[in-house]
Design a protein around this ligand. Structure first.
Ligand SMILES: Cc1cc2nc3c(=O)[nH]c(=O)nc-3n(C[C@H](O)[C@H](O)[C@H](O)COP(=O)(O)OP(=O)(O)OC[C@H]3O[C@@H](n4cnc5c(N)ncnc54)[C@H](O)[C@@H]3O)c2cc1C
Length: 383
């Protein structure tokens, strides 16, 4: 079992999914079969360190491979790829946390427990976002009551929980009783009904304009059991320790969608040109500009993956990549829809669905306003 085998198998899975694009774009729910297919090619093990039986070596070698694999999978089904991305991301604190001596024993025990759940077949996700927080988890209001040790009960509203129903565990943030700063927690959600009888109430099922089958539902939690991260009070360090992998992983998913859209249009244009001598000037200009923007995305992705590989990746670069690609991908899909004509506006073409899918990137963490605030501050104060 190695990462190259996962990549090869991911290509086969994506090819199969591409054939089903029309039906997949109509879906509004994540299918268990798709997650099982990902499991059969060892996708969940990508985020588990080798010493615990997984495939993760370090950020340099495994981080960039994860991004390449996500890009491949997203070219087949963006919703499945995006929701499974959360799994790799949320395991990062336990992969990289360098905790102080005082906490080492309980940290090592928790780490072993977390990775063991994945080996036993559990998917992880995250439900950090809170309505009205603007994507800033530092503004988390969800409260907790201490039970004992690292065990708490949490109460609060959360939304955008991608993978809900398919995940067994989710990370989140909440304010520990008696403290002011939110910390990282995880919750076991497997087989818990969503009717409020055991502390989880489904407020709104996901109805995304794009990424329609990510199951990113909204819930209210009431006195729901939650386990605090075993290195309390260090959430900022732990969240930063993934070296900017999160935004690059999200961007890889969207780039996979652009790959499929460009290939789809190129094939259509070649077919048209085989029988008619010329396209309209409008179509030629928009295609060529889409190509320019696609070239920029590919250059930016390549450079960013190189920085992950050589250990020079940083927050500024990965965030700039995410925001730049959010704009470029949106522009490309708009151009492809316009040059294709009216069919692109219907469900008979995949382009309109992909347009909505790529728009997700700007809303993913950190969403537009927060991302631009952070970029502005970094550009003025740190560059
Ligand atoms: C496809 C997808 C999947 C996601 N998956 C996950 C996930 O798995 N886990 C997770 O934790 N998060 C997930 N997210 C959430 C994401 O990370 C952001 O947290 C999310 O987009 C919420 O941030 P927000 O600023 O858009 O919304 P909010 O936190 O609701 O903030 C909205 C902001 O807009 C303001 N506002 C609201 N309405 C108006 C109005 N009418 N006029 C003016 N201002 C207004 C509010 O005051 C607030 O500042 C996902 C997002 C997407 C798009």
């Amino acid at each position: 079992m190695d990462i190259n085998a996962v990549k090869t198998n991911a290509k086969l899975v994506a090819e199969e999914w591409k054939e089903q694009v029309t039906e997949r774009q109509q879906r509004t729910e994540l299918q268990e079969d798709d997650y099982n297919q990902l499991k059969s090619i060892n996708i969940p093990l990508l985020g588990v360190p080798q010493e615990f039986g997984g495939l993760w070596q370090d950020l340099q070698s495994t981080g960039s491979s994860i991004c390449e694999i996500l890009r491949i999978l997203a070219s087949g089904d963006p919703s499945v790829a995006l929701s499974s991305t959360m799994h790799q991301g949320v395991l990062s604190p336990w992969r990289s946390g360098k905790v102080t001596e005082e906490y080492r024993e309980q940290w090592n025990a928790q780490k072993a427990e977390v990775f063991q759940t994945v080996l036993e077949g559990s998917w992880w996700g995250t439900i950090v976002s809170e309505p009205g927080s603007g994507g800033d988890s530092g503004l988390t209001k969800t409260a907790t009551k201490l039970d004992s040790g690292l065990k708490y009960f949490m109460t609060g509203k959360k939304h955008f929980g991608s993978g809900s129903g398919r995940t067994s565990y989710m990370t989140t943030r909440a304010v520990p009783e008696g403290e002011e700063t939110p910390d990282i927690f995880f919750i076991k959600v497997k087989d818990i009904p969503w009717d409020g009888s055991q502390g989880i109430q489904l407020d709104n099922p996901w109805r995304g304009r794009g990424m329609r089958s990510t199951n990113s539902h909204a819930f209210t939690f009431t006195n729901f059991p939650a386990t605090r991260i075993a290195w309390p009070g260090h959430s900022a360090e732990l969240m930063a320790s993934n070296g900017g992998l999160g935004p690059v992983a999200f961007t890889s998913v969207i780039t996979g969608v652009v790959d499929s859209a460009m290939a789809h249009c190129r094939e259509n244009l070649q077919k048209i040109l085989a029988t008619s001598p010329k396209l309209k000037a409008f179509q030629e200009v928009h295609w060529t500009q889409a190509e320019q923007e696609y070239w920029l995305i590919n250059q930016a992705m390549k450079t960013t993956l190189e920085t992950l590989k050589d250990g020079t990746s940083d927050r500024y670069n990965s965030l700039m990549l995410k925001e730049a690609v959010a704009n470029l991908a949106d522009s490309i899909l708009n151009r492809l829809c316009k040059l294709t004509g009216g069919t692109a506006y219907t469900w008979y073409s995949p382009l309109g669905g992909w347009l909505e899918d790529v728009r997700a990137l700007g809303f993913l963490r950190p969403p537009w306003a927060l991302a631009y605030e952070q970029l502005f501050n970094m550009s003025i104060n740190e560059q």
